[in-house]
Every structure is written in structure tokens, then in C-alpha cells.
Design a protein around this ligand. Sequence first.
Ligand code: ADP
Ligand code: MG
Length: 253
Amino acid sequence: PAADVPALEIRGVGVRFGGLTALDNFSGEVRAGSVHGIIGPNGAGKSTLLNVISGFYRPSEGAIRLFGEPLDPNGGHARAGLARTFQNTELFGDLSALDNVRAGFHDGSRANLIDALLRSPRQIREDRSDLDRARRLLAYVGLSDFADVRASHLPFGHQRRLEIARALALGPRVLLLDEPAAGLTHAEILGLGRLIRDLAARGVTVLLVEHHVDLIFAVCEQVTVLDYGKLVMSGAGEEAQRDPRVRAAYLGA
Ligand code: ADP
Ligand code: MG
């Protein structure tokens, strides 16, 4: 049945840069509606995995399906329902927070999915433009009071949230987050965890690359561990938490 079709099916994907294999024959699945964590040391290939799923890199081999449909390695990933944030925030520093979200809307945007995600039928009738939608998205991530502030003037934690709002402007079915907790305070990380859980409750599948393992184990049903571009293990959060390799690398045990 359709409900069992994974959000992502990655089969034998490799990414090479010259002689370097950044991702080596990687296969895995991400369940629809889940929050799925990716952990591993620096250089393990985590960002490469997000880059190849989101179409920023072309796979050297292998194939990726999104809800059962093959992704075209030549593009159209946003239109297909993928959105992502970057390990180093990539905002338009000179634009206001509101305009950064508006810049997220484009031809590939899936307005119907944004509507389904965030707005009641009455709000859909009231909202007349992308401007209204952008305001609604800013409010959702808690940045209503900062709509007119330049992105570069926002505190770092707010910039991270703004980047998520801009990604949501695409109306994604799957949201890829690359170290969204990096540089955040403990309180901000807790807020980020609530935001991620809320997105999943609204039906957005989240793939979360993160070094903060507390956040990973707090919000992820499934966890995949990468090292040297290879799959180390993938399983339920509790299983990963018990894994000796994970304990040795992350939990000081
Ligand atoms: P992680 O996000 O787990 O820290 P990355 O996916 O960024 O790791 O990198 C995996 C490996 O691939 C590293 O050795 C990195 O230097 C290399 N790499 C990543 N992107 C590129 C690129 N665009 N060109 C060359 N090498 C790259
Ligand atoms: Mg990375």
C-alpha cells in the first residue's frame, strides 16, 4: 500500500571527487513521516549524502527514489518535493527576514503543500499573496517580530530558523537539515527539536544531519551512522544508542 512507500530509497549511491570516494555504494531508506538522523565524524560523507539527495551533486552511480518515483539526477528536486538547509547558513544577508522567505518561493514551490502544512482553510482564503504566506511561515518559526530585520543583523540562532522557513517556502515533503544545531545555545537546540517534531507531526519527513547526539536521540525514530563514506549501521534510535561504535565515538563509553 502507498502508506508503506518510503519517503526516500537510496540504492547503491556513490559520489566521487577525482580519486576521493566521499560516499561509497550507500543504500538506505527513510520512512515517510519520520525524523531520520545521520551521524558520523567529520568527513564521513554526511553533507555529501544531503547534497546528492537534494541534487546539488550528481551521483557517480546508483539511484534515489522519492516516494517511489525516481529522482532525475539532472534536476527538478525542489519541484519533486525536496528542500534543504546548508551546514553554513546561506541567507541573503542584505535582505530582510521576510524577503529571504519570499525568495524561497519560486516556480518550483508547492504552494498547495505549504497551505496543507501551515494554514487553515480560512487562512488560505485570507492569504492573497506570497507575502501573506511568507509572514505565516515567519510566524511559524517564531520570527514574526523580525520580519523587517536584515538577515545579517539577526542573532545566529534566528538565522538558522530563518533558513528553515525559507526551505519550507518550497512546500517540501522531505526536509534535509545539515547541522541545524551548530552554534545554537542549549535552549535554542531544545526549541529546534520542538520545531522538527512539529514538522514531522504535520507530515513533513525530516532527514537530520547533526553532531549534537542529544538532539538526534531526542527527535529521531531512525538513525544512520556513516564513516569514511560508508554505512556503519542504520536502525531505531535506541539501537543506535546501544551500538558500541556509536557509544565509543559519541557517548564517551
Ligand atoms: P561530513 O559532512 O560528514 O563532514 P562531507 O560530506 O562534507 O563530510 O565530506 C566527505 C568527504 O568528501 C570529505 O573528504 C570532503 O573533503 C570530500 N568532499 C565533499 N565535498 C567535496 C567537493 N565538492 N569536492 C571535493 N571533495 C569534497
Ligand atoms: Mg558536513
